[in-house]
Design a protein around this ligand. Structure first.
Ligand SMILES: *Cc1c(COP(=O)(O)O)cnc(C)c1O
Length: 387
């Protein structure tokens, strides 16, 4: 053969792979099939590289174990997982009930995409009792979208009770389980149908890779999700899947440390003159602590606190003087972050007065005493800016 041809065929896998601790990072769009019959064999597991390669399958298997699920699908981001799950189960004419404390891009998708396809969207107060929520749902309601604790303000919903009541009426339930990271909380064990995670946050753990997952309670729902992924054409890269699997190894250890540090920082904040209240269900005495205690095995590092009333420029002064907290929207990494929340809270339908400006913190793996010292400087700046 000519050298051109020899180069095309050189270096292809020679034999069995060495066994490493993690799965091989198999890169492939084309999958070579063993014979002509296999080309159109509907039962063949892998015919094309969008699905079925080693690192992605390894991650799917691990996430299904973590979530106690019948099956799991991967998506290129957490938001794609949320939108993918909704598109897989909703159709024109359906109505969806959405907790008013959901992650803001979830709201944007519901308002700007689902409505365009003839799905009605209604937001409910996350503190509405489950009996009223499900009892008042119209015949058209097909899905309830939950997030507990909620984004930014951390309201807890009784997911077990909502799931039980919804199932009796043939309504599906979906929970954004990013805060619980599949480890602190198990939505499927509580009867929730679809558990969604932004793996970008705690599973990745290093703020450098995007991915999302949806885990299904039943085989039938898992097949629906799978079909949705095929129809929309999503795929995730093997390197990214490998990195998520690597993150999973240390997930419990990081969560334990970050949750303990967050509790220490939260308890300190609660005792400061400038702070009106702390919104962190893991903190004894905080709103919804009883539900957290009933359902969760621990806390992560994400919570908010409410300042005594002051102008927005004073909140900016607090944030700008911090040196250990980065200002950024994500969380779940090894580093501490802070954002002001009031701008996003204004988009809610059921607005609540928290008694002052809301600031969200993500507590990383730094020493908590250093974080507390940084926050003390921030609160001094807030006090000065309030005059
Ligand atoms: C970040 C986040 C998402 C979206 O994840 P991406 O990977 O950034 O798209 C979804 N839900 C919650 C609660 C989040 O915090």
């Amino acid at each position: 053969m000519d050298e051109e041809t020899r180069l095309i065929r050189a270096g292809q896998q020679a034999g069995p792979l060495a066994k490493t601790v993690g799965p091989p990072i198999q890169k492939g769009s084309t999958v070579l099939l063993p014979n002509a019959a296999a080309l159109y064999d509907d039962d063949a597991f892998v015919t094309y590289g969008r699905k079925g390669l080693a690192a992605q399958e390894g991650l799917i298997d691990a996430l299904s174990q973590l979530e106690g699920a019948a099956g799991t699908c991967l998506y290129p981001s957490g938001l794609a997982a949320l939108t993918g799950a909704m598109l897989a189960v909703l159709k024109a004419g359906d109505e969806v009930l959405v907790a008013d404390c959901v992650y803001n891009p979830t709201r944007r998708f519901c308002d700007q995409v689902l409505t365009r396809f003839g799905v009605a969207v209604r937001y409910f107060d996350p503190l509405q009792p489950p009996e009223a929520l499900v009892g008042e749902a119209s015949e058209k309601v097909r899905l309830i979208v939950l997030e507990s604790p909620g984004s930014l303000t951390f309201e807890m919903q009784d997911l077990a009770r909502i799931a039980e009541l919804a199932r009796a009426r043939d309504i599906l339930t979906l929970a954004d389980n990013t805060w619980g990271a599949g480890y602190l909380f198990k939505p499927i064990a509580q009867g929730i149908d679809l558990s969604v995670q932004a793996l970008t946050k705690y599973v990745g753990g290093h703020s450098d890779v995007f991915m999302g997952s949806v885990s299904a309670r039943t085989e039938a729902l898992a097949r629906k999700l799978d079909d949705g992924v095929v129809h929309l054409g999503w795929a995730v890269a093997p390197e990214d899947a490998y990195q998520m699997l690597r993150g999973l190894r240390t997930l419990p250890t990081r969560l334990e440390r970050q949750g303990a540090s967050a509790l220490k920082v939260a308890a300190w904040l609660k005792a400061q003159d400038e702070v009106a209240q702390v919104l962190f269900p893991a903190l004894p005495g905080a709103p919804h602590h009883h539900l957290w205690k009933r359902d969760y095995r621990g806390a992560c590092g994400l919570f908010s606190f409410v300042l005594k009333p002051g102008p927005a420029r004073a909140v900016d002064a607090l944030l700008d003087v911090l040196t250990l907290f980065g200002l950024g929207f994500s969380w779940g990494g090894f580093e501490s972050l802070a954002i002001a929340c009031d701008h996003q809270l204004r988009k809610r339908k059921h607005r609540r007065d928290y008694g002052g400006p809301v600031v969200r913190l993500h507590i990383g793996l730094e020493h908590p005493d250093d974080l507390i010292a940084d926050l003390r400087i921030g609160l001094d700046a807030y006090r000065r800016a309030c005059g």
